[in-house]
Each structure stands twice: as C-alpha cells, then as structure tokens.
Design a protein around this ligand. Structure first.
Ligand code: NAD
Length: 396
C-alpha cells in the first residue's frame, strides 16, 4: 500500500510532474459513459498504438466499451510501484482495465516502446495467441523521440518553422502572460529527425509486420491521426517541422492503403482531428493560445468537442462497423470540419490580435485550457476529494 494526499498539480510550463490516480479514474469513467454512445455494430479485435492518453485513449475506450471489441493497447508510460507514483497515462490504463474487468470486457495493455521490432513481435504473438485477425488498427502515437529499430540512432523531434524565423504571440504557461516568441528555423537534420519520429515510417512497419503475420481481417482498416490547423499557426505547425512529418504520414498512408487493399481488401486512412488540449499539443508554442481562443469560440457556438466526442463521431460516421468514410480531395477524413469552418475561424481571427496578458482570461478560454490541462493529470475533477489520502500504486 502506498497511500498519500496529492492536493494539486506540480506544473512546470507545459509539463506536469505528478498525477492523481482517483482523478484519472474519474476521467476515464466519464469517457467510458460517452464511448458507449457508439454501439452501432461490433468489432471483434482492435489494436490501438498510443492508447493511454488523448485521442488514443478515447479510441481504445470507444472500441472496447462501445463496440465490445477485444482491445489491445500499447503505450509508453511510467508505471507506479510502492515508492514511485505513476504517470497520468499509467493511471488511465489501470482505471480502464478495472472498468473492463467490472463490465466483462476484454482490454489488455502493453507498456512498451512501439517503435521497436521486438514490440511488434510481442504484439503479434499475443494477437495470435489470444485474439485473431484485426478489424481496426488505430495509430495514435505522439512522441518526442524514436530510437531507430535497426541501429543505435536516437531521433528527436523539434517544433520549429522551416525557412524563416518565426515571430509570434504565445502564452507563457509558466506565468500565464502573453509573450512574443522568436523560434529559429530548423536545419535539415532537425527536419529529417522530426519526420523519422512523427512521420509514417513506423506506421508502415506495423502494417507490414501485421500483414506478414496474417493478422489483417478481410476489410481491415487502419487509421492514423493528423492535424492541419488554421492560418495563424501554419508557419509553426503545418509549414514547420511537425507539419512536414504529418505530410509524410499522409503520403505514406497512400502506400499503406494500397498494400492493405491488396492484402485483405482493407484500407488505410488519415483522420485530421481537431485541436485539443492533450499532453502532446500543450507542448506546441502558439497552438496553446490558438486552442484557448478556439475553445471560447466553439463553446459559444455550441459545437465544441473533446477527445471522446471527436472519436465517437469519427467511429459513428466514418470508421466504425459498417460506416463508409467520407474523405476530402486528398483522401483524408476531416474531423476538423467544425474547427476550420469559416464562421469559427473568422471569430478566432478577430480575437487573435486583441489578446493581451491583461485580457487573456476574458477574450479567450484560457481558464478552460488550464482546467483541461489539469484534468489530463487527474486534477480539478468533479467528485474527487483532494484532501483524502489515495492509493498511488495501481496495477494493470
Ligand atoms: P498524447 O500525448 O495524449 O498521446 C500519445 C500516446 O502515445 C500516449 O498513449 C503515449 O503513451 C504513447 N506513446 C508515446 N511514445 C510511445 C512509444 N515509444 N511507444 C508506445 N507508446 C508511445 O497525444 P495526442 O494529442 O492524443 O496525439 C495523438 C495523435 O493525434 C498524434 O499523431 C497527434 O499529432 C494527433 N492529433 C492531435 C491533436 C491535438 O490537438 N492533441 C489534434 C489532431 C491530431
């Protein structure tokens, strides 16, 4: 037993050093209730790569609790032990496992490096042993680093513009002020490294390995998540290093799609999702300010969605059992349709130049951003008593 009181988050900018297990559990439970709204048909077996937080967690819960699939998830989290607290993602998957057990659902999680060849083999062995062919494979990794599976090279991704120095407005998350940031253009090596980490290479390796192992069911789909975003973030995001990596992911989707078509009459797709507060997105300068404004505008318009609402809609309308995806001219599902609608973006563009440190909490939903950020780590969650001691060691 490792009980203690965890009263609040210990934050350092976009990093939170601790997590509250009961808060994470309450978050997961609330998402499970929403995931059950997607119960149109069923899947037998689903694999989610990047399953412990953000869009991947929402996908896992939808597959398992909505569609009743035997679900295998992969993540890379800090597990708890008798002395050490776990990461939020660890507590999320432990809570999801407990709920699955209570409801008679099948959910397993492997806490391993998804980029390694051995991990792929481990997953294949488990799928052959306890699952069978896959109906759906979700690829939802967000990682700052990737170790080359064939050498000792460690690639690191950077968030930088390409070609020109970026100068723009940003929220300094350490003191909640508006600052002007200057971010130097990436060099060729940084561009290449970011693509190696966040591009489509690893997704392709996964599909090849699963195909060679005979684990793709007839009509199997694989979906990877991407982001485009508005004009105000383009210099840093879509036209920057991360955008180049996303372009690579989207280009490789076409090859993976062709391979899946011939292998199992299946398909590979990219879903462009909405900007949301997650651990990965909070690390991106400028995007945090954009998200705070976007939340304000979309909440006022009554069409704001969180991860689970986006994913439930994605499954219902595009990738769930029997659904036919609708795609744009580049073959991508556009879950960012509401975010990028002309009226929403016009309001964002109106607010953007007016934001100052003094009016940050009035003209944007920065309070909502902070609330969502804390919630990612289990803090500020309704119904959780933060004065009570909590068991910090959780097991899968
Ligand atoms: P996240 O940080 O919440 O989740 C990342 C997941 O990847 C976690 O489960 C983590 O454990 C796992 N992971 C990281 N490295 C791993 C490794 N080596 N092995 C196994 N698992 C590993 O991120 P997110 O925001 O949900 O992003 C997921 C995807 O969605 C990304 O491709 C991202 O670009 C995309 N996306 C995010 C947003 C957004 O606003 N958050 C918008 C559109 C698209």
């Amino acid at each position: 037993m490792a009980k203690k009181k965890i009263t609040g988050p210990r934050k350092r900018g976009f990093i939170c050093l601790n997590a509250h297990p009961a808060g994470c559990e309450a978050n997961v439970q609330a998402q499970i209730e929403l995931a059950k709204q997607e119960s149109n048909g069923s899947f037998d077996n689903v694999l989610v790569i990047g399953s412990s937080t953000g869009y991947g967690l929402a996908s896992t819960l939808t597959a398992c609790f909505g569609l009743g699939a035997k679900t295998l998830g992969l993540c890379f989290e800090r597990p708890s032990d008798e002395k050490k607290d776990g990461s939020a993602g660890w507590y999320n998957v432990c809570a999801a496992h407990a709920a699955a057990k209570a409801e008679g659902k099948h959910l397993e999680t492997l806490n391993i490096d998804a980029f390694a060849h051995e991990s792929k083999q481990q997953v294949i062995d488990i799928l052959k042993d306890r699952y069978g062919k896959l109906d759906l494979i979700i690829y939802s990794l967000a990682s700052p680093k990737r170790k080359d599976p064939d050498s000792d090279t460690l690639w690191s991704s950077v968030l930088k513009p390409i070609g020109e120095t970026f100068r723009g407005k940003n929220i300094n998350l350490r003191d909640s002020t508006i600052e002007e940031v200057e971010i130097e253009s990436a060099n060729d090596e940084e561009i290449e490294h970011t693509q190696r980490v966040m591009g489509g290479d690893d997704w392709k390796l996964w599909i090849n390995a699963l195909n060679e192992a005979g684990l793709l069911n007839d009509g199997c789909r694989s979906v990877a998540y991407s982001y485009i975003g508005p004009e105000v973030t383009h210099a840093l995001y879509r036209s920057g290093t991360i955008g180049k990596a996303k372009e690579d992911l989207e280009a490789q989707a076409k090859d993976i799609d062709a391979a899946m078509k011939s292998a199992c009459n299946g398909s590979a797709l990219v879903s462009v999702n909405k900007a949301l507060v997650t651990q990965a997105s909070s690390a991106i300068p400028v995007v945090t300010l954009y998200t705070s404004i976007l939340y304000k505008v979309m909440k006022e318009a009554g069409n704001h969605e969180g991860c689970i609402e986006q994913i439930v809609r994605l499954f219902k309308d595009h990738i769930g059992p029997g659904a036919t995806p609708s795609v744009d001219d580049n073959g991508r599902i556009r879950m960012d349709d509401l975010e990028l609608s002309a009226d929403i973006q016009a309001k964002v563009n109106e607010i953007w130049p007016t934001v100052t440190t003094e009016n940050l909490r009035d003209v944007t939903d920065y309070n909502g951003f902070e609330y969502e950020f804390d919630k990612l780590f289990g803090f500020g969650v309704d119904g959780v008593d933060y004065e009570e001691e909590v068991e910090t060691h959780r097991e899968l």
